[in-house]
Every structure is written in C-alpha cells, then in structure tokens.
Design a protein around this ligand. Structure first.
Ligand code: ADP
Length: 326
C-alpha cells in the first residue's frame, strides 16, 4: 500500500506540473479585442473541452450572435522562449493555409495572458480515434482518406511548407467526416525557387567548403519535403491494420526497424482482414529512400485507387453505427 501511495503521489505531482504548462480553463465569455476588420471586437461563448495537447487546450466556441461553432485553441502567452517560438511559427504557417483538407485558420488574438487561435471546428475527433475504435478501416475508406491527405500535402508542398509531424492524431474529422490536417506546430518553410536563388547567390560569396551539392545544383530540388510522404506511408499502413508498421517498446528499436524497413503485414490466416497486393505495394513505394518516394500526384495515380470502390463522400452514418450496440 505504501508503494502505491507514493506512486499516486508522484502521478499527482506530474499532473500538476503538466497543468502548469496548460492554460487554466477559459471564462465562459472570451473577448477578442477590437481590430482593423472588427472595430467593436467580438465575444466568444466558450463551450465544452475538446482536448489537450502538449501545451494547448482546445474548447468549442461560438461568436456571440452567430450560429457557426468554432474551435478555440489556447496557449499561455508567457511560455519559455522555445515553446513561444514554436507557437509563433505554427500561427504564421497555419494562417496562410487554405485548403478543403486543412483545418481552416480564422483568426488569432490575445486575451488575459493567453493566445487564442480561432479554428474550424472538427467535431468528430481524430483519424487515430476512429482507426482505434474501428480496429482498422476498409480499403474504400483508406482510398478516400489517402486521396484527401495526399491533396493537402500537395497543396502544402506547392506553398513551400513541410508539415513534418503528419500522424493520425493530427488529422481531425469535420462534421461530414472529411479529413483535415491540423496542428502546424512542427511545420517549416522549405527554401525553393526565389529564396533558393538568393541563398545560392549569397552563399557562393562565402566559402564553398561547407555547401552541400544540392544547394549548388540549379533546378535540383532537395528531398526534405519527402518526410511527409514517408509519414503518409505510415498512416496508410496504420489505417489498414490499426497499428503503425514499426511499433516497438523502445524508440531506438522503432528507428532501427524503420531504417531496415522491417515491417510485416498481418497474415491473412490469423487475421480476418484481407489487405490487397495493391495496398501493400502503395505503402512500399512511400517507404522507399527519399529520392525515390512518389509525389502526391503519382500516389493518387497508383493502381490501389483504381482497383476497387472509391467513395465520393464519407459515410456519415459511421458515427451512428459506431455508437449503436453490437
Ligand atoms: P498541440 O499542438 O498542443 O499538440 P493539438 O493541436 O493536438 O495541440 O490540439 C489538442 C487537442 O485539441 C487535439 O488532440 C484535439 O482533441 C483537439 N483539437 C485541436 N484542434 C481541433 C479542431 N480544429 N477541432 C476540434 N478539436 C480540436
């Protein structure tokens, strides 16, 4: 009993330490200060808690006098520099995105020492919640979500943005069960086109000894953005099987298995699930070395997408079926 007591005490301490990072629950009414486009400001009525992230908490909200509900993502303003910077990058990058499969950014403001992001509401949880509950999706569903995510990746890359943290827990479901990429906390700006030319000109004035060849080769793009295609490969595997391919008890082992491409599909004898050869082949192409990974257009042209049924819209009755007793 003594050990147990100590353990619960430690857990409680850990919890308070964590809660220190999170902002306190917001008041029932949050006022956005007046701004150029809204001279009288606006008051948000705060609804239920949606979830907690690393440092952010997320609540449902609604501007007074409007019926549209939004998500309010809240972070304390006075955070250690690193976290503050991460949040600033997130805000800057996310606010420039506009795509049907990316959580729409509406506005940002400060209220009572907290920064508020007003975001499109995704009321149906994350892809991870759904895949866990359903223990894997059907191939038509996987086609549907893969095309949506590939479309969002194509858009981000065309804008010179690498997401760098694509995972099922960062992909939310809107009211029609469409996938929306959220959380740009680790996203980065990719140097391309003009920036690259400027950088080439300036770096070439300096010492060439330290410059990587891909910077010098005109017109040759780096492969940094291909990290998002790798992540999509992992997501497709996980949507089909409900587990990521390299899952292990230690991080080192996950890295080792990823490096060796050491993964297995569930055998058709022990699991009831049939996974097509086309699906397996698609995943394998996305898990190749960076310079061989397909771009989003090549991905959606893969036979997996034409070898079977492709839904035009998500079946919103999923939710009802899931809630119904077996
Ligand atoms: P962090 O950047 O700290 O990881 P997240 O962006 O993951 O925070 O948000 C934390 C939680 O808030 C998520 O796990 C999710 O439950 C919820 N959430 C975030 N954005 C939305 C949204 N647009 N709609 C609904 N819920 C959201």
């Amino acid at each position: 009993p003594r050990v147990h007591e100590l353990k619960t005490k430690a857990a409680a301490q850990l919890k308070t330490a964590k809660d220190k990072e999170h902002p306190p629950p917001p008041p029932n009414n949050v006022a956005e200060p007046p701004s150029a486009d809204r001279k009288d400001g606006v008051v948000y009525q705060v609804g239920k808690l949606l979830g907690k992230g690393g440092f952010a908490i997320c609540y449902e909200g609604k501007a007074a006098g409007q019926s549209k509900r939004v998500a309010l993502k809240i972070v304390k303003s006075q955070m250690p520099t690193k976290i503050e910077q991460k949040f600033q990058t997130e805000l800057q990058i996310h606010s420039k995105m506009r795509h049907q499969n990316i959580v729409q950014f509406h506005r940002a403001f400060t209220f009572e020492s907290c920064t508020y992001l007003v975001l499109e509401l995704c009321p149906n949880g994350s892809l991870m919640d759904m895949v866990k509950r359903r223990k894997g999706l059907t191939e038509p569903e996987v086609r549907f979500y893969s095309v949506q995510i590939a479309g969002a990746i194509k858009y981000m890359h065309a804008k010179g943005i690498i997401h760098r943290d694509l995972k099922m827990g960062n992909i939310f479901l809107d009211k029609h069960m469409n996938a929306k990429i959220g959380d740009f906390g680790l996203a980065a700006l990719l140097l391309t086109g003009k920036d690259m030319q400027v950088m080439r000109r300036t770096t070439l004035c300096g010492t060439p000894n330290y410059i990587a060849p891909e910077i010098l080769e005109k017109g040759k793009k780096g492969h940094d953005h291909m990290v998002d295609i790798w992540s999509l490969g992992i997501i497709v595997f996980a949507m089909l099987t409900s587990k990521p391919p390299f899952q292990s008890s230690t991080t080192d082992e996950i890295y080792r298995r990823a490096k060796d491409r050491d993964y297995e599909w569930p055998s058709s004898e022990t699991s009831q699930k049939y996974i097509s050869q086309e699906a397996k082949d698609l995943v394998a192409t996305m898990l190749q070395d960076a310079d061989r990974r397909p771009d989003p257009d090549t991905i959606v042209a893969h036979p997996f997408f034409t070898s079977g049924y492709m839904p035009v819209a998500a079946d919103i009755n999923y939710k009802l079926r899931e809630l119904a007793p077996e």
